[in-house]
Ligand binder design. Structure first.
Ligand code: ATP
Ligand code: MG
Length: 375
């Protein structure tokens, strides 16, 4: 699809996990970009309409919303009609509960028609914005498909205090799969949110995220800030309500980063020089036990992380021993139910695929995960 509005940056805020600050990010990133002089359209694709409400727009009071734009083939031209002002240089295309009926309404339509409704509506804008920021619902359904189809950039807010590598990994896989199917390649960036630096857990998980996602993780971290909740309740971006709060400072930093930094592709962390490594999987007899042997002359610390332990290194490993056997050999015993598991090694803090296992699956966030099949 050729885009008419090439100069408009369209950014989708996506995470199927509820409450990870998608709406807060959409509204306050938009608020700060507009505050800095850009023209911004917030597209509220969540039937809960939280972004509309957080921008002071009561969906109940409107006769029309995004449903009119997305429900019919001809609706694309109508986006400008449903947009309402939400501040200086700031507009919102409001949502309404009726959007939850869209998936059913379009069930019979061709996939390439029903997933490109929003993209076509944005392309049809006669007066494009500098930014269109799309707030997605907490699921990967038709509405999120439309967002991914329309966006060149994706921001994935991740709650730094309840970070589970597994969930993020799954989401990134989903986005990649979808993107491949839809023939698009959005830039994906991870944004740590709801960060409480007083807890060691949050500090550690933030470090893990940075290590894992490298440049694809924003430098900005959104700290916990009660002012963000207050601002949402008052229907205004935090920069207008409490400009000296942490919430305003963090979103201003985010806006600056978004504006300044050309989007980067989510790439693998640099891979170290290959070392001599031998890995063996051996069935210990009982059908749910796996022993993993890892040989490496240079490594000091080897852990294993995968689907089976929520991507927390060595969680669920029932015994871990290290022997000197020419090379150093790590022996890890895991209890696994039959199934297929993606995994990686964490060798001296560095996430690596298993070099001796040819079974691998691509991920958007790293080179590839290794695959372990337990029959
Ligand atoms: N940094 C923060 N500090 C304090 N409260 C926050 C912060 N970020 C978000 N919140 C609050 O957490 C709650 C969830 O945030 P938000 O609605 O942005 O998440 P969401 O991902 O959009 O949720 P949903 O999946 O339901 O759409 C809201 O009450 C919001 O005000
Ligand atoms: Mg939301």
């Amino acid at each position: 699809m050729t885009r008419r509005n090439e100069s408009m940056r369209t950014i989708a805020i996506v995470n199927q996990k509820g409450g990870c600050a998608k709406t807060t990010t959409a509204v306050n990133l938009a608020g700060c970009l507009a505050h800095d002089g850009a023209s911004v359209l917030v597209i509220d694709l969540d039937p809960q309409a939280h972004a509309s409400l957080a921008l002071g727009v009561d969906p109940e009071s409107l006769d029309e919303n995004l449903y009119e734009v997305l429900a019919d083939e001809g609706g694309a031209e109508r986006l400008a009609e449903v947009v309402v002002p939400a501040g200086e240089r700031l507009h919102v295309a409001p949502s309404g509960i009726v959007l939850s009926a869209l998936e059913q309404k379009l069930a019979q339509d061709r996939a390439d028609s029903r997933t490109t409704r929003l993209a076509r509506a944005l392309d049809a804008l006669v007066e494009p914005y500098d930014y269109a920021i799309i707030d997605c619902p907490p699921n990967v359904g038709l509405l999120t498909f439309n967002a991914l189809r329309a966006a060149q950039e994706v921001i994935v807010p991740v709650e730094a205090s309840h970070f589970a590598m597994h969930g993020v990994q799954k989401l990134l896989e989903t986005i990649t799969l979808l993107s491949e199917r839809l023939g698009i390649a959005p830039e994906i960036r991870i944004l740590p949110t709801l960060y409480d630096g007083r807890t060691r857990f949050a500090r550690e998980t933030l470090a893990e995220m940075r290590e894992r996602f490298g440049d694809a993780c924003f430098d900005t971290v959104i700290r916990n800030s009660i002012k963000l909740r207050e601002a949402a309740r008052r229907g205004l971006p935090v920069v207008l309500v409490a400009p000296s709060s942490n919430g305003a400072a963090d979103h201003a930093a985010l806006a600056a980063e978004v504006a300044a930094r050309a989007p980067v592709r989510l790439e693998a962390a640099p891979v170290a020089e290959p070392r001599e490594i031998v890995v063996e999987f051996r069935d210990a007899g009982a059908n749910d036990v796996r022993i993993v042997e890892f040989r490496d002359a240079g490594a000091n610390d080897v852990r294993i992380a995968g689907d089976f332990n929520g991507w927390v290194p060595d969680r669920g490993v029932v015994s871990s021993t290290r022997q000197e056997d020419g090379a150093r050999v790590w022996r890890k015993v895991l209890h696994l139910q039959p199934g297929t598991y993606a995994y990686r090694y964490v060798v001296d803090g560095e996430w690596r695929e298993d070099p001796t296992n040819p079974e691998r699956v691509p991920t958007p966030a790293g080179p590839r995960n290794s695959l372990l099949v337990v029959r």
